[in-house]
Design a protein around this ligand. Structure first.
Ligand code: NIG
Ligand code: FE
Length: 389
């Protein structure tokens, strides 16, 4: 195995408090040693062991690769007209999903895969080294299963979201659609997925339907995550905690009981500020969650309707400006927080044994991700020990 030392790192975020200062485990004037696809050593450059090859970071900051734990990237078409209407005052509605369902069903496998790969490359260039993605724009047995098959060729973090909305084919009979989602569709989809998700919301699935769907998924070995409390107050967050979901996503409308439930359980609150940005909705209150002791992740929700951004740095900047997070908290949530939302310990940190996923920033510190919003600061990305962008 070849070892590589990355030297002259101006500021290194390890996310390991034993390796450096504070929760980010920050090390100034640092070095990293990579052994194959893993981190072998991290610390002050002066103490770095020798390696086969050396890379000079030129004083740039190095952060763990971003872990985008929530995206919807198997789709076709876009929803420019809907976005335009919203920016003229129209409200966001879950029903817009139907537009993408029609375009996705009409697309070939090759078109769907090419679109997925285009967005993955876009995300990688912006520092994302792990991403989760979902079905949810097929809503038939065949279309959901093919979405998951296509996704599974590009990531281990695949989520079955047959319960995105009730299929337009069964709009008059939601109970029959829930039976499909928990029956033949689950049979066809479970082999391709790790997770099961439900959009628990008015206009999508209520608490009882969501419980039935997630419980059926669990019985098939899928682990739950939930689109919860995005557009209104509701039962999603408490259901997520009750079922030990890895993550409750959105968390925009929370009662004190919802916050208490998150603080007492193992469910991460994944905040998706791209959705509030693109729907002109009120921001989720990250400060309230952090002060209550909740683990918070930050992700893009990249999809053609509510949040068409693949940029984690953009989400970090929004979270710092508008959601009460410090730059350190936002960086942690977009890396270690995303890993926690996927129940992974091998990513989201730069410590010995972790996968060598990292981004070099054209900046002296990670704080610039929020301080210099919109500036393409990610200049180099390594994934599993290899230069990937
Ligand atoms: O996470 N909330 C439900 N699903 C997506 C939106 C999907 C769409 O509008 O196409 C979301 O925001
Ligand atoms: Fe989503």
């Amino acid at each position: 195995m070849t070892t590589t030392v990355i030297t002259n790192i101006g500021s290194l975020v390890t996310n390991d408090p034993d390796l450096g200062d504070g929760p980010l485990g920050l090390v100034a004037d640092a070095a990293l040693v990579l052994d194959g696809d893993r981190i072998a050593w991290a610390g002050p450059a002066a103490g770095a062991p020798a390696a086969d090859t050396a890379v000079d970071a030129g004083g740039r900051a190095v952060v763990p690769g971003f872990v985008d734990s929530h995206s919807h990237l198997v789709f076709a078409g876009d929803r420019t007209a809907e976005f335009n209407a919203r920016m003229s005052g129209r409200a966001y509605e879950a029903g817009g999903i139907r537009t993408t369902v029609a375009a996705t069903r009409a697309a070939t496998d090759a078109e769907l895969e090419a679109n997925l790969v285009r967005h993955l490359r876009e995300a990688l260039r912006q520092g994302t080294t792990t991403f989760e993605t979902k079905s949810g724009y097929g809503l038939t047995v065949e279309d959901e299963a093919r979405a998951l098959r296509i996704a599974a060729a590009h990531t281990d973090e695949v989520t079955y979201l047959g319960a995105h909305i009730v299929s337009p084919d069964l709009a008059d009979d939601p109970a029959a659609y829930v039976d499909l989602v928990t029956g033949p569709m689950l049979d066809a989809c479970a082999p391709h997925a790790r997770w099961i998700d439900v959009f628990c919301e008015k206009g999508a699935f209520d608490g009882d339907q969501a419980r039935a769907i997630l419980t059926a998924g669990k019985a098939r070995g899928l682990h739950p995550r939930v689109h919860a409390n995005q557009l209104s107050y509701g039962p999603g967050v408490r259901l997520a905690v009750e079922l030990d979901a890895a993550s409750a996503d959105h968390c925009t409308h929370l009662t004190d009981a919802d916050v208490d439930a998150l603080a007492s359980g193992n469910t991460v609150a994944t905040l998706l500020p791209g959705a509030e940005f693109s729907t002109r909705a009120a921001w989720p209150d990250a400060r309230r969650l952090l002060d209550a002791g909740v683990t918070v992740a930050l992700s893009t929700d990249c999809n053609p309707g509510s949040s068409y951004t693949s940029s984690v740095p953009f989400c970090i900047a929004l979270a710092v400006r508008d959601m009460g997070m410090t730059p350190d908290e936002a960086l942690w949530s977009a890396t270690a927080g995303g890993a926690a939302a996927l129940r992974r310990t091998d990513i989201g940190r730069l410590a010995p044994g972790a996968r060598a996923d990292l981004a070099l920033l054209d900046a002296p510190s990670h704080v610039h991700l929020a301080y210099r919003p919109g500036v393409p600061l990610v200049t180099e990305v390594w994934r599993a020990g290899t230069r990937a962008a």
